[in-house]
Design a protein around this ligand. Structure first.
Ligand code: NAD
Length: 434
């Protein structure tokens, strides 16, 4: 198949690379010429384990191309994926301007009939509106069929997820389109669920909302555990063994972030509201998450009284390990708040430090390694459970810091480990070690 992918962000680039890996000829198109120039040199524009090698290999085999010219990239396309961003608007709803523009770009340039696959996460009803928008702008004689194919990859394991996902959802208006896409995806060896377009769009939002609910639920249990002297890790283990509950997404912490859960939960609340449905459960999930992010600042203030002049080592900026993505990371809330409270901030992140300097507009120092960040710090604040932070000998804190006081938003160390290292240790949903 000749495939064009519009957008080379986390989803578009990974999709394009993976489709070329299973043998299709793929051209990825992006409006950002700087990204395209880098990609054409074989340099990925995002950090994802395994992406670089796979991308380069398929470029060398002549199956994967990049261009900033829609006309060139769309010339031979049988199938066109739309994978542009659908960020959050100020009112919480999904901003559809990029996908509408991408749809217009495609409609204006395709000269042969094609299947248009919407990979971006869009509110229920959007696929059909996009179809109509395109129909109004197609060249005479060109026809399109539309399909919803939401993406479930997780940043940090995007390549793995694309090849080992739990399901591929294909929502179409007709069986033939679904069959074409099913056979196109067959080499992935992942179960395909064929459904109608509205259900497909809803599956994506419902899945993310459910996972966010699980996180906020365990975080509320964690907050109760702290008050009642229980340990949330023991509780989560005991709950998770029940197969009806499952153990994933039951790790307490400083809340979910990233480019999907916050915006998709807000968009679903908005969508429900537009249809006179008050989604109270999801509103609470969001509220719990917003509160959870600030918990450790409250604990720090409880411990120190004031943070003015205190040197705080911030460990991890990304919203989770193995990604350079800072979108909606708790770091974006916590670091400005620390600055407002007068703290001196030293940050370490193995991959996302460059993004930090771009996104976080407060005075902070960035270091190349954990040790430099910890040196002479009054306390450490762990935001991301990067492997090198988790694997670090907890005694390192005492060796390098003024005093080994650690506020851990990801429960990186066990309570016995913290005791053995003689740390003063505050974590989430577990007893303090003082
Ligand atoms: P992104 O912001 O990383 O990338 C979007 C890309 O599209 C950018 O490179 C931008 O330059 C390009 N673009 C915008 N308009 C264009 C146009 N008209 N023509 C060509 N290129 C254009 O976005 P992302 O994180 O990859 O997310 C894309 C969609 O996938 C969103 O709807 C998101 O909700 C969804 N999604 C994301 C993830 C994730 O983990 N990032 C997971 C599942 C679903």
């Amino acid at each position: 198949m000749n495939i064009a992918v519009i957008g080379t962000g986390y989803v578009g680039l990974v999709t394009g690379v993976a489709l070329s890996e299973i043998g299709h000829t793929v051209t990825c198109i992006d409006v950002d010429p700087k990204k395209i120039a880098k990609l054409n040199q074989g340099i990925p524009t995002i950090y994802e384990p395994g992406l670089s090698e796979m991308m380069l290999n398929n470029q060398q085999r002549g199956r994967l191309h990049f261009t900033d010219q829609h006309r060139v990239g769309l010339a031979d396309a049988d199938v066109v994926y739309l994978a542009v961003g659908t960020p959050q608007r100020a009112d919480g709803s999904a901003d559809l301007q990029y996908i509408e523009q991408a749809a217009l770009d495609v409609a204006g340039h395709i000269r042969r009939s094609a299947i248009i696959v919407i990979k971006s996460t869009v509110p229920v009803g959007t696929n059909l509106r996009i179809k109509q928008l395109m129909l109004d702008h197609l060249h005479p004689g060109v026809t399109i069929r539309i399909a919803s194919n939401p993406e479930f990859l997780r940043e940090g394991s995007a390549i793995h997820d694309t090849f080992h996902g739990d399901r591929i959802i294909i929502g179409t208006e007709d069986k033939d389109t679904a069959s074409v896409l099913e056979s196109m995806n067959k080499p992935f060896g992942i179960p395909v669920i064929k459904t109608d377009i509205a259900s497909s769009e809803m599956i994506k939002y419902a899945s993310n909302a459910f996972l966010a609910t699980k996180i906020s639920f365990i975080n509320e249990i964690a907050n109760l555990c702290e008050k009642l002297g229980a340990n949330v890790e023991e509780v989560a283990k005991g709950m998770g063994l029940d197969h009806r509950i499952g153990s994933s997404f039951l790790r307490a912490g400083i809340g979910y972030g990233g480019s999907c859960f916050p915006k998709d939960t807000n968009a679903l609340v908005q969508l429900a509201g537009n249809h006179h449905h008050d989604f109270n459960l999801l509103k609470s999930v969001i509220e719990v998450n917003n509160h959870q992010r600030r918990l450790l600042i409250e604990k720090m203030l409880g411990r120190f009284g004031s943070l003015t002049g205190k040197k705080v080592a911030v460990l991890g900026l990304a919203f989770k390990p193995n990604t350079d993505d800072l979108r909606e990371s708790p770091a974006l809330v916590l670091i400005p708040e620390l600055a407002r409270l007068g703290a001196e901030i030293v940050c370490y992140d193995p991959i996302a430090a460059d993004q930090g300097t771009k996104w976080i507009n407060v005075s902070a120092q960035y270091t190349e390694n954990v040790a430099d960040a910890l040196k002479d710090a009054d306390c450490a604040l762990i935001i991301t459970d990067w492997p090198d932070i988790k694997r670090m000998d907890p005694k390192t804190y005492g060796r390098l810091m003024r005093q080994a006081i650690v506020f851990d938003g990801r429960n990186c160390y066990s309570i016995p480990q913290a005791r053995a290292a003689r740390m003063e240790y505050y974590s989430i949903g577990r007893p303090d070690v003082v």
